[in-house]
Design a protein around this ligand. Structure first.
Ligand SMILES: *Cc1c(COP(=O)(O)O)cnc(C)c1O
Length: 400
């Protein structure tokens, strides 16, 4: 079947909850993907940072294959030989005391919200069912009903109510607004260190540190959603590391699965995660041996290949290179590590047509919202590959 037929099948039988670029990926390796006709593209989206290791990293694939030949699924009704070591290694990697494994980012966020509410009732002494969680305008934390209950993006919410109560939204980066929103009933503040889906929005310097200190003073949990910013994407292990912040809880996902398998987790203080009792929370697939084996190798590869350091060095270069492009369309280039947003002026006619033109030149990027092109290549990318990518961007920005 050719690409057109394959796209028609997806359109005919699939719900239309995405608007993909018209490319059908049939194979992939490292930073490259190939379409059904054998044409090669450089992947600069990395599955929204789930592919920090690149496609089919040989070590992660080998770990998966070896585990496939041993045992893949056990359920949490029994122990398995991979989960204990995985949780220990994840706690060591994150500097946290305890972890709870799930599968997707949204589930990790939901788990953190449940943990925070439980902590509010059992430890902080908030009257039952009156706990509040403060979140930020422009947030993206996933797609469940509770999570879209505090989204400020109409597209994510319209027709999906009634919504889960108990959330308050404050402007991102506004410390005073956060301070005003906190009451005796506030359980937690949930924040992305950089807002990815909102268009790679960086908060003001010092915001995360000050917010974490404020939460500490007011006995409010600081929850970081590091699903997209984690595991080297921003040039540090975690987005919060840029300001030396250790969250009370962090939601992790995406790159934790090494680009091979969905693996997520909440990590954090034992005084919070330790409140869960048997039966109160769970997941059929969470902590399965295949997931744990994959994630263990994914963590080792990050360190062995110094991918975090690579992200920092190449990211600095990428921002400068993109800033040096002289184009009337560009409003701003911003980012940290290999997590870069190029914001176009409203007159540029939207980021989509630029992404389509880049696709024609063999570079895959995706617009986020109307006017931002996000560059988030696999962290295994080389300087030469990045230079080639910047040349394509330069061509498109100066000719379109
Ligand atoms: C992708 C993402 C999620 C949701 O992860 P899923 O695996 O798609 O459920 C949550 N938070 C952030 C910041 C994300 O980028």
């Amino acid at each position: 079947m050719d690409s057109r037929e394959l796209i028609e099948l997806a359109e005919r039988y699939g719900a239309h909850n995405y608007h993909p670029l018209p490319v059908v990926i049939a194979e992939a390796e490292g930073v490259f993907v190939w379409d059904a006709a054998g044409r090669r593209y450089l992947d600069c989206l990395s599955c929204y940072s789930a592919l920090n290791h690149g496609h089919r990293h040989p070590r992660v694939v080998r770990a998966a294959k070896e585990q496939l030949d041993r045992v893949t699924l056990t359920s949490r009704a029994f122990h398995n030989a991979e989960m204990g070591p995985f949780l220990k290694e994840l706690c060591e990697y994150t500097g946290m005391e305890m972890a709870l494994p799930m599968n997707t980012g949204a589930e990790a966020v939901e788990t953190a919200l449940k943990a925070a509410r439980k902590w509010a009732y059992q430890v902080k002494g908030v009257p039952r069912y009156e706990a509040e969680i403060v979140t930020c305008a422009g947030n993206f934390h996933g797609r469940t009903i509770s999570v879209v209950s505090f989204s400020t993006e109409p597209l994510y919410r319209e027709d999906f109510g009634p919504f889960t109560p108990g959330f308050r939204v404050v402007p991102y980066g506004d410390l005073e607004a956060l301070e005003r929103a906190i009451t005796d009933r506030t359980a937690a503040f949930l924040v992305e260190p950089i807002q990815g889906e909102a268009g790679v929005i960086l908060p003001p310097d010092g915001y995360l540190r000050a917010a974490a200190d404020l939460c500490d003073r007011r006995n409010v949990l600081f929850i970081a959603d590091e699903v997209q910013t984690g595991f080297g994407r921003t040039g540090r292990r975690f987005g919060c590391d840029h300001e030396g912040v250790r969250p009370d809880l962090a939601a992790l996902g995406k790159a934790l699965g090494g680009g091979v398998y969905p693996v997520s987790a909440v990590v954090g203080r034992a005084g919070v995660l330790g409140l869960f009792r048997p039966g109160e929370h769970g997941s059929t697939f969470g902590g399965n041996p295949l997931a744990c084996a994959v994630a263990r190798e994914a963590l080792r590869v990050l360190d062995d290949e110094r991918l975090v350091e690579r992200s920092a060095a190449l990211g600095t270069w990428l921002v400068e290179a993109l800033r040096s492009i002289e184009s009337p369309h560009v409003r701003e280039v911003r980012g940290r590590g290999l997590f870069v947003g190029l914001e176009l002026r409203p007159e540029a006619g939207g980021a989509r047509r630029f992404c389509e033109a880049l696709m024609e030149r063999g570079l895959l990027c995706k617009e986020t919202h109307e006017h931002v092109v996000r560059f988030a290549p696999p962290l295994v990318i080389t300087q030469e590959q990045l230079e080639w990518a910047v040349e394509q961007v330069r061509e498109v920005l100066t000719t379109l």
